[in-house]
Structures are given as C-alpha cells and as structure tokens.
Design a protein around this ligand. Structure first.
Ligand code: DGL
Length: 260
C-alpha cells in the first residue's frame, strides 16, 4: 500500500473539529479519515498553555501511530498553543492548523466591525494577537471570549432557549456596536451558527475557517504527492477518548449536520 492510501488524521478537543472534517470530506471525498475527539479532556480553551500543548502532542502521536499520513489540527486552541512546536517536531509530515478567518471578514467589507468569537486561550495567545494587529487598521476587531459555548455542542445542544439565553447574554458586551460580521474562531461554533444568527440578526455575515483549512490540506497533499489516487468514496473512522456509543453517534450526526 502506498503512503498516499493512508488516512488523513484530524483531531480536536471534542466533536467541534467535525465542522472541519465535513469540509475535508467535501473537498477530498476519496480520502480516508481518522477523527480523534478528546472529549474526556475538553474543554481545552480554559486550560493552561502547557496542558494544551501536552494534550495536543498526545493526539498527534496517537494519529501517527495509527497510520495517519498528514495531520489537521481542527482546533483553534490547539493550533494557537502548539502548531509552531509541532512543525519543528514533525518537519516531514504535512500538518495544517486552523486560525480565525479574520482576513476574509476584513476583505468582505471596508472598515467594518468584526467580532471574533473564540476560546479564552485562543484570544490570549501571541499568534492571535499578531493576526489581529495585521488587520486592526482596516477594521474594528472585537475579540469575544466564549467560555461555556463549546460545552453546548459537546452535549449535542445546537439550538433552543438555553443556548439562545447564553448567546444573548454573551453579546450584551457588544450591544453598543453595530456588528457587520462575526468570525467563528472555534471549530465547535459552526454547529451553532443558526442560533448565533438568530441572536445577532440576519444582516450580520458569519465566517469560519473550515473551508480554508481543508483547501490548504488539499494543496499540501498535492504538493507532496500524497493525494489518494483511488476513485472510491473514502471512509471515516471516529475515535473519541470518552468512547461511549452516545458520543460516537453524536460524531456521525454532526458529520451529516448542515448548519449553513
Ligand atoms: N474546538 C476548539 C477550538 O477550535 C476548542 C474548544 C475547547 O476545547 O475549548 O478552539
């Protein structure tokens, strides 16, 4: 078996990275995937930097031991904490992370007001601060930490009163602003995009980084001649550190879930 037939490894602190996985499957349907969700240790976004680095490294090791030919870090928090370290440790593995899609939001409308929703850890990291500084003269960028939001998705709650109440209270701090767009800087949030849209109104445009991340992995695999050459539809294997039947069912459900 050629290396190109091996699966693409994808991981997140839980089920959120499935929003990236579904973009990968759309763009590369002939690939096999192993998706690792570390729900036992979720959330990552409120842990210390060292804890997130260690958990991230364990996830990458696990996927490589299970034969992954490349790695997608489908978690903004793990990317901001550990991507530089991982690139140094694994220079020969195509490794793609995800970061808040600020650029498309800035390009979408001149001098707009952009809210970036992400975990407290992502927004604190130098990687995010650097990204924000690149664009801060071109837009009014407001970081909005969302502790507690990923937990709704982990529980399979994608809409309803409790979630809307959480979101309404979250956006109180920005109520003096006229928001033009929102960047979903955590891979769990695309699953609650309709609920966010309901709370902020239909005039607000919402961006996420899943599509760009999948495109980048496709480009890297093409460049290293690692795209799968077979013509059959690939398979996805879900592994979750909690590994209950319920958890695996939620993974299957979210892969099919269309939240656009
Ligand atoms: N899905 C993750 C992200 O993209 C993190 C959620 C968490 O574990 O706090 O940041």
């Amino acid at each position: 078996m050629g290396k190109y037939e091996s699966p693409i490894g994808v991981f997140d602190s839980g089920v959120g990275g499935i929003s990236v996985l579904r973009e990968l499957v759309k763009q590369m349907p002939h690939e096999d995937y192993i998706y690792l969700g570390d729900s036992v240790h979720a959330p990552y976004g409120t842990k210390t930097l060292n804890e997130v680095r260690e958990l991230t490294l364990n996830n990458v090791r696990f996927l490589l031991e299970n034969g992954a030919k490349s790695i997608v870090i489908a978690c903004n928090t793990a990317t901001s904490a550990a991507v530089a370290m991982l690139r140094q440790m694994y220079p020969d593995i195509p490794l793609v992370g995800i970061e808040p899609a600020i650029k498309p939001a800035v390009l979408y409308k001149k001098n707009s007001c952009i809210v970036v929703m992400a975990t407290p850890m992502t927004l604190k990291q130098a990687k995010f601060q650097k990204l924000m500084h690149i664009y801060e003269d071109m837009a009014d960028i407001i970081p909005l930490p969302c502790p507690g939001l990923m937990e709704f998705v982990e529980r399979g709650i994608l809409n309803g009163k409790e979630l809307e109440k959480y979101l309404t209270e979250l956006f109180w701090s920005t109520s003096h602003k006229k928001i033009d767009s929102i960047v979903l800087g955590c891979t769990h949030y695309p699953f609650v995009k309709p609920a966010i849209q309901k709370v902020v109104g239909s005039t607000v445009t919402i961006f996420d980084g899943g599509n760009g991340t999948a495109r980048e992995m496709k480009r890297r695999l093409a460049e290293t001649d690692l795209l799968n050459k077979c013509s059959q539809t690939g398979k996805t294997r879900f592994i979750n550190s909690r590994n209950t039947e319920e958890e695996l069912k939620l993974c299957e459900y979210l892969l099919q879930y269309e939240s656009r």
